[in-house]
Design a binder for this molecule. Structure first.
Ligand SMILES: *Cc1c(COP(=O)(O)O)cnc(C)c1O
Length: 348
């Protein structure tokens, strides 16, 4: 399923509850104030104090040597892979993971890096045995397997620590490095109930989005070993991603780390409430801040229009809608959405 397909038409009513993605959040007053007050400089000269602080803060918080602020999660994963791998080398990745499915094969196009997709298990992880058997022998016929890329959360599923560790161990046993696409790293940590470093320690590098559930307008941070982040910085420059007074954006990221990590449990609890309510109308799969809902007969344009008329925005592809909770969905907004579904399914 392509979660980006079939985004509905312009809404018929003011948007009261936008469930399409956690990327739709807008900076609130506190975040805007932090941005307005940011101390900035030219970051390509290394002189933006706020960017430097965001990079150092997140690296230190996750027990890594260095960080790099990037324009997006896609760019962060890309420079991560480019820093880990040379041309002719290979990344093992889950078939449905964002890196494989939604990043336009950038690592292959721009870096000559092969991607070998492995089946994703029901819990969102990769099987250690599948990793081991996908690692190529040192033979001139094969790509050189260099990196394992995991994803957590995957489709909102928090992949258990032990599963991530088993996969990472299988990779390391063959000398691979391990990267985490942790676009929603903090949602995973919240749901797993572990320390941030317990999850981060399993990986050499992690990419973390500020612009998903954390509510910043733009940006991701890649953290890892200092020499590798130095390479990533060079790649970011080559990709046109050297930014100047980007402290304005980094300030939003710092504010999000301080303020919005602690509220992610709210999104998970609202997702549970929504999932429970919807289970009477169809099939529900629950994630941290996501609910995948397949009503009897599938999601139709008629359902999307019914909801849009009530100010509720839904995505929908191949019969299933991915409903995403985030900080701009209030209890009142959620009630509007639940009432809308109830009336759509003839319950009100
Ligand atoms: C959104 C997302 C990304 C990419 O982030 P962008 O900022 O949209 O480029 C990467 N991985 C996962 C799992 C994501 O959900």
């Amino acid at each position: 399923m392509n979660q980006y397909a079939a985004v509905q038409d312009a809404p018929a009513a003011p948007i009261l509850c936008d469930l399409r993605s956690d990327t739709v959040t807008r900076p609130d007053a506190g975040m805007m104030a932090a941005m307005a007050a940011a101390e900035v400089g030219d970051d390509v000269y290394g002189e933006d104090a706020t960017v430097n602080r965001l990079e150092a803060t997140l690296a230190e918080r996750l027990g890594k040597e260095a960080g790099l602020f990037l324009s997006s999660g896609t760019q962060s994963n890309l420079v991560g892979m480019l820093a880990h791998c040379a041309r002719g080398e290979e990344v093992l990745v889950g078939r449905g993971y964002h890196i494989y499915t939604y990043e336009a094969a950038g690592a292959s196009v721009l870096g000559g890096i092969a991607l070998d997709p492995l089946e994703v298990a029901a819990d969102g992880g990769l099987e250690p045995a599948a990793i081991t058997s996908a690692i190529k022998d040192d033979d001139s016929h094969h790509a050189m397997t260099r990196l394992l890329a995991l994803e957590n959360t995957h489709n909102g599923q928090p992949v258990p620590l032990a599963r991530c560790k088993a996969a990472a161990d299988a990779a390391r046993a063959a000398g691979l490095s391990v990267h985490l696409d942790g676009a929603r790293f903090f949602n995973a940590v919240e749901a797993l109930g572990c320390a941030e470093t317990e999850l981060a320690d399993l990986f050499d590098t992690l990419s973390i989005c500020m612009s998903k559930g954390l509510g910043a307008p733009v940006g991701s941070v890649l953290v890892g070993p200092r020499d590798l982040i130095q390479w990533a910085r060079r790649w970011r420059k080559m990709l046109g991603g050297g930014m100047r007074q980007s402290g304005l954006l980094a300030a939003a990221g710092l504010y999000a780390l301080d303020t919005n990590v602690a509220r992610l449990a709210e999104d998970r609890m609202r997702a549970e409430r929504l999932g429970q309510a919807l289970s009477q109308y169809g099939t529900v799969t629950q994630g941290t801040n996501m609910v995948f809902f397949t009503p009897e007969g599938g999601v139709t344009p008629a359902l999307q229009h019914h909801m849009a008329a009530r100010g509720v925005m839904l995505s929908g592809a191949e019969g299933t809608t991915r409903l995403v909770l985030h900080k701009d969905v209030t209890d009142a907004g959620l009630r509007t959405a639940m009432d809308g579904f109830a009336s759509a399914f003839g319950q009100a």
